[in-house]
Ligand binder design. Structure first.
Ligand code: ADP
Length: 584
């Protein structure tokens, strides 16, 4: 099973290498093949020379061969040295693109799963290494070449005495095993540390985030953050050091045994010569074969373990591509004419032991303005993701007329649904791009976009910022917007996409209730005649709603219009009474 996986992975590495850098790969492949052949041929030539001589013709061939052995690897080394950076950039681009294309197909639910995020981190670090696949290919051929050298030299030594060959091979075993042990522990550790590495990356991201830096400095928890980051790093380094200390002793013992056997081998060869079993020339050939053998063996071990470490990184890269992708339904989406329904919907997040939605039922008629309210954690955001088709229910159905989101082609559904979430993005692009990216085909319709901008933001906004084509965000020398203005830009982006259903998931929750209320009223006006869902934990906008859905513990607790629900005196009435003072 493991073997099959390794063979498959190596196959993909070879395929990708020849795809990404064909010339480079071919040159290195040729040079390493010559190296490998030299491993076998050179000791044989040495044995022939030490024995009965080569003869004039063979001597010339041997000289030519040695010339190739010297020139080709040095030429490849030059190519290698000068193209490594190019190959790295090329590799990063190719493997990064593969990852990006694959990530687009991932189930959005999977992005909530820490295991998927760990797998992403490992694949991402492989991509950042640029040519890791290439290094693996290189290393595999180099290891094979060095091993061929070991076999060749052992054959030569074995010709004089089988005992010499056996003791030469055995002497390297402890060094080999200790290195093997080290690599095994290091790979295990690297994989175990992927979460802590991600956490360190998260901290680093905070330290380079303008807003986070401002907050930590002004609020005075800079030192706390630094200490937390340092603790993580210390833990990381300590774990590495423990492995290195543990394996270091074993490696030292391995090298000691290796040297002991080297001395024994030389002593044995000397003994054979003294007893007249081998000639002085053969003794010299033997000693030189030992030296070649040892250097080949060391090269094989070093290359093997170097390549094994890199192989695991490449394997992690390919493992990422086994994360489940989005199950694309087969049905084309048809714009709904009557209603969107949720029927006994259940949903739980990967790794969570609690259901976020517990048998939820609701109905949204075409053209209705629906407001979903409820306290934090009641499942509103989760519901909005399911309504948008971003997540599929774990039980029950979300239907657009009769069409279940499970059966629909998700891309078709996404094209007709617009979501403005509380974690909306602030793109450091122009204002036009910030709004227009949700419907690229109309991006250049300046008149329409200006009209929308004036409706969502106030009339003076365009004048103040300098028009649609002004760069936003200070980071790239653009105009900085206030938090509220960024929120309005996100809403404009949501409206720019002409959709059958638009969902506003509390993008304005950070604003004070009255400002939020004004923005939402404007949104309701602008979406008149369209189907819209506003999610909020504040009830101000509910008076304008065709339907209010009150959520609690992942279920619909109440449903109706403002007056009905007030009259019923339940959860909605409670929320309204608590919040009414905020609204005119
Ligand atoms: P609301 O929008 O009403 O505040 P959510 O839909 O965000 O509620 O959350 C509903 C429940 O699901 C909560 O118990 C929350 O802790 C849980 N939850 C939300 N997001 C995740 C997640 N990514 N992983 C695990 N549990 C989550």
């Amino acid at each position: 099973m493991l073997m099959k996986k390794t063979v498959q992975c190596l196959g993909r590495i070879v395929r990708d290498c020849f795809r990404v850098y064909p010339l480079f790969a071919a040159a290195v492949f040729a040079s390493e093949t010559v190296n490998a052949a030299a491993g076998i041929l050179n000791p044989v030539l040495l044995a022939l020379a030490g024995g009965h001589g080569l003869g004039e013709r063979n001597f010339i061939l041997a000289v030519v061969w040695y010339g190739v052995c010297i020139v080709l690897p040095s030429v490849t080394e030059v190519i290698n040295g000068s193209l490594t950076e190019v190959a790295k950039v090329r590799g990063e681009k190719y493997f990064g693109r593969q990852m990006f294309v694959f990530s687009e197909k991932l189930r959005l639910e999977a992005l909530e799963d820490p295991k998927v995020l760990d797998s992403f981190q490992k694949a991402d670090s492989a991509v950042r290494r640029g040519g890791i696949q290439f290094e693996v290919l290189n290393g595999v051929i180099a290891t094979a070449g060095a091993l061929a050298g070991c076999v060749g030299t052992m054959a030569v030594v074995g010709r004089y005495s089988p005992l010499l060959a056996v003791s030469g091979a055995v002497g390297m075993l402890p060094a080999l095993l200790s290195k093997m042990y080290f690599e095994k522990l290091m790979t295990r550790l690297r994989r175990r540390q992927s979460r802590i590495t991600r956490q360190c990356g998260y901290f680093w991201g905070l330290f380079s985030d303008r807003e986070a830096v401002k907050e930590m400095r002004v609020m005075g928890f800079e030192a706390f953050m630094k200490a937390k980051w340092q603790d993580l790093n210390i833990k990381r380094v300590r774990e590495i050091r423990e492995v290195q200390l543990d394996t270091g002793k074993k490696q030292a013992a391995g090298i000691f045994v290796q040297n002991l056997f080297s001395a024994l081998n030389i002593g044995l060869a000397f003994y054979l010569m003294a007893r007249g079993k081998i000639s002085v020339g053969e003794f010299a050939a033997c000693i030189s074969a030992f030296a070649v053998y040892e250097s080949c063996m060391v090269r094989a071990i070093v290359n093997y373990f170097d390549v094994a470490g890199k192989y695991h990184i490449a394997e992690d890269y390919y493992d990422y591509f086994t994360v489940p992708t989005e199950a694309e339904g087969s049905m084309e989406y048809r714009p709904f004419q009557e209603k969107v329904t949720a029927e006994n919907v259940h949903f739980w997040y990967c790794g969570s032991d609690r259901e976020a939605l517990q048998g939820l039922n609701l109905e949204i008629k075409k053209g209705e303005h629906v407001v979903i309210v409820g306290e934090n954690g009641s499942g509103k955001t989760t519901l909005s993701k399911l309504l948008a088709g971003a997540y599929l229910p774990c039980g029950g159905e979300i239907r657009f007329d009769g069409q279940s989101t499970e059966e629909l082609k998700r891309s078709g559904l996404y094209a007709h649904v617009s979501v403005v979430s509380q974690d909306f993005m602030r793109y450091l692009f122009t204002l036009r791009e910030n709004i227009g990216i949700s419907a690229l085909n109309r991006m250049s319709d300046t008149e329409r976009m200006e009209a929308l901008t004036k409706q969502v933001l106030d009339g003076a906004f365009l004048e103040k910022t300098g028009g649609l084509d002004v760069q936003l965000g200070r980071e790239f020398g653009g105009v900085e917007l206030s938090g509220g203005e960024w929120q309005k830009v996100a809403i404009a982006r949501g409206l720019w996409k002409e959709s059958d259903l638009i969902i506003l998931d509390e993008p304005t929750s950070a604003l004070d209730p009255l400002v939020e209320y004004e923005i939402l009223c404007r949104f309701v006006e602008m979406t008149n005649g369209k189907t819209s869902v506003i999610i909020s934990h504040r009830v101000g906008i509910c008076r304008t709603a065709d339907k209010i859905i009150v959520m609690k513990d992942g279920r619909v607790q109440e449903c109706g219009r403002h007056e009905e629900l007030l009259h019923a005196g339940g959860e909605y009435a409670r929320l309204w009474t608590a919040q009414a003072k905020w609204y005119p």
